[in-house]
Design a protein around this ligand. Structure first.
Ligand code: FES
Length: 384
């Protein structure tokens, strides 16, 4: 065996292959959610990979060992070739998941997607009330989503509902759970807002207070007892209220590989916010080279990059130092410990935020909705 071959084998032995491919097919979206995790400057580059380019990405990922494939966006239903991509993914042996707002999902289209082999659908709602759902998404979509939920049941898919939680809907949690139960939801994901992308821009207004969270957690516990196994409820606590960080992405470059609409390969959705890292294009490099050899995937892989207190922390193999993008957003350096951790010298940034005065009224500090005009303005502000 020659030396480059031996080095290649050693590298492969220490780096596990990706298991989960997230295909962010498009950043176009009919909704304008204030907590969207898409990049705030998405409108500066609305180029999208072609059908053939996506098929090549899927083939390469599958060859490397990826088994789960999420189609997301933006709104993936805006891609006319979604059925073709789903069929190819099925033929390759992926387990496929469509992550959708439901907007644009008609009966005939769902039939085509089912025939193409789609395994799983995750539908998002913004709230249990029409008013708040439509306000937060800046669209009139509540009734439409309700019809889509019924259609998903009709096609006998497991009903998976995702509701992002924050200050404006946490107090509706009981009604949200009841709505889900009436819809026949089997799996309800109540995910408190993660503060990336548009969520970070709107954080002051969206961040709940501790009492709200405690009431919501108690309500979830009551309903779990009452509903039993009929519906599984996952309640993801916002990490700002924790003392240990989340194991973001299960570690950088560990199992998760995202490809954005324009073809950038990313170790997480928000990675492009980290300055100094170049994210390779799948149109210019093989996925294999990107995963095993690019700086983008190797910089924060493993634990060699860690500084104190992470470097000597006995928990570093459990939380991997937390989230790199959050460390950057809150401390200015992606290599710092995630300040959610109470061992971080920057933990006060979080506790100050949690212990602040009541959130500003919307009239005082309006929410910034995700749309092309706001995106271009925010990109211009960053450049200025
Ligand atoms: Fe990028 Fe956590 S979102 S590492």
């Amino acid at each position: 065996m020659d030396i480059p071959q031996a080095a290649e084998q050693q590298q492969k032995a220490t780096i596990a292959p990706p298991l989960w491919l997230l295909a962010e097919l498009t950043y176009r979206c009919p909704l304008h959610c204030v907590f969207c995790y898409n990049p705030v400057d998405y409108a500066s580059n609305l180029n999208e990979l072609s059908t053939d380019q996506w098929i090549s990405v899927m083939q390469q990922a599958r060859e490397m060992g990826a088994a789960q494939l999420g189609f997301s966006g933006g709104e993936p239903l805006l891609r006319d070739d979604l059925e073709v991509l789903v069929a190819e993914a099925r033929q390759l042996g992926f387990y496929t998941n469509l992550i959708t707002s439901g907007v644009g999902l008609k009966h005939e289209r769902l039939a085509r997607l089912r025939d193409a082999g789609l395994d799983h659908i995750q539908l998002s709602f913004q709230d249990s009330t029409r008013e708040m759902n439509d306000f937060l998404s800046h669209t009139k979509t509540f009734d439409l989503k309700s019809r889509v939920a019924a259609m998903i049941k009709e096609f006998e898919y497991p009903m998976v509902l995702n509701v992002v939680l924050h200050r404006y809907n946490l107090d509706h949690i009981e009604r949200i759970i009841e709505m889900a139960d009436q819809m026949g939801v089997e799996y309800l994901e109540l995910a408190n807002t993660q503060y990336y992308g548009w969520g970070l821009i709107n954080r002051d207004q969206l961040l709940p207070d501790r009492a709200q969270l405690q009431r919501a957690e108690a309500a979830v516990a009551r309903y779990r007892e009452k509903i039993g196994n009929r519906m599984r409820i996952l309640f993801v606590v916002p990490d700002y209220f924790e003392k240990r960080p989340k194991a973001c992405m299960n570690g950088w470059g560990s199992v998760f590989l995202a490809v954005s609409a324009d073809g950038s390969a990313l170790p997480c959705h928000a990675a492009k916010t980290i300055p100094g890292l170049e994210f390779p294009q799948v149109t210019e490099h093989t996925l294999h080279d990107i995963w095993y050899h690019s700086d983008a995937f190797n910089t924060f892989r493993g634990n060699q990059w860690m500084q104190e207190p992470c470097r000597s922390c006995p928990e570093k193999e459990q939380d991997f130092g937390g989230c790199r993008c959050q460390a950057l957003a809150l401390t200015g350096n992606a290599a710092n410990a995630d300040p959610v951790c109470d061992k971080s010298p920057y933990h006060h940034v979080i506790t100050d935020m949690i212990g602040r005065k009541p959130a500003p009224a919307i009239q005082e500090k309006p929410l910034v909705f995700r749309n092309d005009a706001n995106s271009r303005q925010l990109a211009a502000d960053t450049m200025a």
